[in-house]
Write a protein that binds this ligand. Structure first.
Ligand SMILES: NC(=O)c1ccc[n+]([C@@H]2O[C@H](COP(=O)([O-])OP(=O)(O)OC[C@H]3O[C@@H](n4cnc5c(N)ncnc54)[C@H](OP(=O)(O)O)[C@@H]3O)[C@@H](O)[C@H]2O)c1
Length: 213
């Protein structure tokens, strides 16, 4: 059993991962989010919900007591500042294991026409802060795993394959359920993919853009 801190717990992938963790594991969960009243405890023996802002290292530090794994499902133009706050809080408390959701394209690793389409969609305010956030994580000495999902769908499907940093990204899309499944897998296998950055896509989705565009 591990104690897991989920940052951005009201995020769409985070809610799927929370449900899977409650349904399939014995882990204890601390759900960290802004305006915490938006979530309700399902299992009081295994869940704590706390109000906090991931820009604030003090808020994060207050949530890190006894935590084994941090899963950060954050977003926003200020995500690099959030990454720095997460690293600072983890450094201050000695918690080492971090699973960090990022995005495809932060290393300019998406090839071909889809790579160009991806740049056209995401340059100018999205890719840059996500790349800067990943640099903050990679410059830390934490036991991180960065996850770079393809374009996210809400399909009721778990199907994914992984590319490593330095390899061309594959495919165009992946379901949020698949990313949640990978997060749960990594929480259950805490020595896997340490200091790796994983591209994640649904197999056989190569193309010029995701099927839903
Ligand atoms: N859409 C795509 O195709 C795609 C593809 C690859 C990667 N991604 C990225 O993957 C990540 C996860 O996806 P998702 O669908 O789960 O995203 P999501 O539903 O937007 O969840 C992100 C969460 O981050 C939280 N957050 C933002 N700033 C925060 C702060 N300062 N303190 C605390 N929480 C904060 C938000 O909380 P609030 O509810 O309080 O706003 C939100 O719940 C996102 O970063 C997304 O951009 C998206």
């Amino acid at each position: 059993m591990a104690n897991v801190l989920i940052l951005g717990a009201n995020g769409q992938i985070a809610r799927l991962a929370t449900q899977q963790l409650l349904d399939t594991t014995a882990h204890h969960l601390t759900l960290f989010l802004r305006r915490a009243k938006r979530l309700a405890v399902q299992d009081a023996a295994r869940e704590v919900i706390i109000d906090g802002d991931a820009r604030n290292a003090t808020d994060i530090q207050a949530a890190l007591g006894g935590i084994d794994v941090v899963y950060a499902n954050l977003a926003g133009h200020n995500i690099a500042a959030q990454a720095q706050a997460v690293v600072d809080a983890m450094d201050a408390t000695g918690v080492r294991r971090l699973i960090w959701i990022s995005t495809l394209g932060i290393y300019d690793e998406v090839p071909g026409a889809f790579g160009q389409w991806n740049h056209a969609q995401l340059d100018g305010g999205y890719l840059e802060p996500y790349a800067a956030a990943a640099q903050v994580i990679e410059a830390s000495d934490l036991d991180y795993t960065i996850i770079r999902p393809a374009w996210l769908s809400n399909r009721d499907l778990v199907s994914y394959e992984i590319t490593q940093k330095g390899e061309p990204f594959k495919g165009t899309e992946v379901s949020r359920k698949s990313i949640a499944d990978l997060v749960v897998h990594l929480i259950n296998a805490p020595t896997q993919a340490i200091r790796h950055s994983l591209g994640v896509n649904q197999p056989n989705t190569a193309g010029d853009k995701p099927s839903f565009y």
